[in-house]
Design a protein. Structure first.
Length: 572
């Protein structure tokens, strides 16, 4: 049987021939298209020798011996390359954004250098329209268009509230470049007021609805910092907008994800915070969460510890503690619990913001919804949450996920903000394993696709950029792929039992754990997790069959008793 390697080369050749401009671009970058006798080294696997093929978006290695061992790796997944030469053999270590590390042994110094130069060039392609999602063509049946699966209008219909409305004030992205065209705002506030509030908020991110509590009808809002400056400027339209979110006679909380000193320092740069004299119905609480650059440093130290398999247990635990990653998890979860408590137990509205409202604010509002709303703990509900609170809300995925932990080119904009959110969800999942419809495999898939994907869902920094790049027209949505029955079933949690209650996670140190199946999955066997999952699935299937058998026996017993009564063999 012919190797998939040659099939994919033929496919890429046909696709590239249709796009001459792009073909010329890729040909310029590919210094060497194919190298024979390359040896692939991966942790936990025997070395594999085969042919390495470099296409416009992938490196593919196919074993000529068995024709079954293959490596398919997107260039966009490459975070760094390290070259080393042993005699005439070049050793190319490829470190990926999904934390995997592989080594390619290439005979010939010149060949190794050309392979490295090709991968380095193709792993940092610009503009975004040259990336793989714009060339990927699905071969599966598209049962649903993922680009229309979670439209704001459909999400708004679930609120069933007469006090809120959809505004299209940002339909041309002129009021706020990072907001979507449709946002949900108080019905009593007109668009002119929204424009004035946007001018008073950093980046135009005026307060909009993030979540409404089903029972109490209390709400969570999010925005960016107000531009009060050192003169404590005010905006009555902004004050009116915020007060419109409050129920009669109620007070609200402003959760500021900066320290008090950080908020005060922002005033000297034109930013600031809501003063009590201008917002008397709101109480401000500072819950400082670290910036993306700090998270990046912490994650780098975490991965260094996870990959040092030779150190003692005591030293490893010390390194895990000192990296600070679980501290970030704890603080983020604590803040989310505070927001959920204000909404659920104190029946108060909450506004969440930091400086720009693009990172920590989204972590907090998203996690609060996972805690409060059982729908957000289902597969489709969680997809909707990701769509409205991260993608449509303007989290800059392109900037934050451009580099990962291995990159030697430091990027001040990169940071694992979204990964920290997924880690926090995993922590809640660990404490309430029966309350989530999806498994951790689903969370890992969402992490992988944010950094390197064949789908366009996580491309660009906001809806405005995605529209200009025509992402929804030119690429396939991740939700189109995932929401097919045969794919969905691979992400289901076999322990799931619907739980409509609010779930309150513990943030005590002993309750938080390292997500080893993500951070250490390339250095440890997956047997420890795959076997229990299969056992649980088998037990549940057996239980289902036994219950059906019991019901059938009961039905047969009832028929026999009825027949015996009719014949007078037994008395009633």
């Amino acid at each position: 049987m012919r190797s998939k390697l040659w099939d994919v080369c033929a496919i890429w050749s046909e696709m590239d021939s249709e796009k001459e401009f792009h073909t010329m671009e890729f040909v310029d970058f590919i210094r060497i298209p194919k190298v024979d006798d390359v040896v692939l080294h991966r942790h936990g696997y025997q070395p594999v020798s085969g042919t390495l093929c470099l296409t416009g978006h992938h490196m593919i290695l196919s074993s000529r011996q068995t024709n079954s061992e293959e490596l398919w790796l997107q260039h966009n997944n490459v975070d760094s390359l390290e070259k080393k030469f042993v005699g005439s053999t070049g050793q190319l270590t490829v470190k990926c954004k999904d934390f995997r590390i592989i080594r390619l042994d290439i005979h010939g110094m010149d060949e190794c250098i050309k392979v490295a130069e090709t991968i380095e060039s193709l792993s940092s392609l610009e503009p975004v329209t040259l990336t793989y999602p714009f060339f990927y063509r699905s071969t599966f049946d598209e049962l649903e268009d993922g680009w229309h699966a979670f439209l704001p209008e459909n999400e708004f219909a679930r609120l069933a509230s007469d006090d809120w409305r959809i505004s299209y004030v940002n339909k041309n992205f002129q009021v706020c470049p990072s907001y979507p065209p449709a946002v949900i705002v108080p019905k009593s506030i007109d668009d002119d007021t929204l424009v004035q509030s946007a001018a008073f908020r950093y980046g135009g991110r005026f307060p909009i609805l993030s979540y409404m509590h089903t029972a109490q009808k209390t709400v969570i809002l999010r925005s960016s910092q107000p531009l009060t400056g050192t003169n404590t400027k005010r905006c009555k339209d902004d004050e009116r907008l915020l007060n419109a979110a409050l129920s009669v006679g109620k007070r609200g909380y402003i959760i500021d994800t900066r320290s008090m000193n950080g908020a005060m320092a922002a005033r000297t740069k034109g930013g600031g915070f809501e003063t009590e004299v201008n917002y008397p119905q709101w109480r401000r609480v500072n819950k400082p969460l670290d910036k993306p650059s700090i998270l990046q440093e912490s994650l780098c130290k975490l991965l260094e510890a996870c990959m040092d398999t030779g150190c003692s247990a005591d030293k490893w635990i010390s390194r895990l503690t000192n990296c600070g990653w679980l501290h970030h998890v704890k603080e983020t979860l604590t803040t989310a619990c505070l927001v959920a408590q204000c909404v659920d137990r104190e029946n108060s509205a909450v506004l969440v913001h930091g400086s720009e409202g693009l990172d920590a604010s989204l972590q907090v509002t998203s996690l609060a919804q996972v805690i409060l709303d059982a729908d957000c703990r289902t597969v489709r509900g969680f997809e909707a949450l990701i769509e409205r609170e991260w993608i449509q809300a303007g989290h800059p995925f392109l900037s934050r996920c451009s580099k990962s932990v291995f990159s030697q080119n430091k990027n001040k904009y990169a940071g694992p903000v979204y990964l920290l959110f997924l880690d926090c969800v995993w922590q809640i999942f660990q404490q309430f394993p029966c309350s989530f419809e999806f498994s951790e495999k689903f969370l890992i898939m969402l992490f992988e696709n944010a950094y390197a994907s064949r789908f366009g869902t996580f491309l660009c920094n906001n809806e405005n950029e995605r529209k200009m790049a025509r992402v929804s027209e030119k690429t396939v949505s991740l939700w189109t792929y995932v929401n097919r029955p045969q794919i969905l079933q691979t992400f289901f949690n076999p322990l799931y039992q619907p739980n409509q209650q609010v779930i309150w996670p513990s943030v005590a140190p002993q309750s938080l754990a390292l997500w080893s199946s993500l951070y250490m999955r390339w250095t440890m066997s997956d047997t420890a997790t795959s076997i229990p999952t299969q056992v649980i699935t088998d037990i549940k299937q057996s239980d289902k069959e036994l219950r059906l058998k019991v019901n059938e026996l009961r039905r047969q017993l009832g028929d026999l008793q009825k027949e015996a009564l009719e014949k007078g063999l037994i008395s009633d």
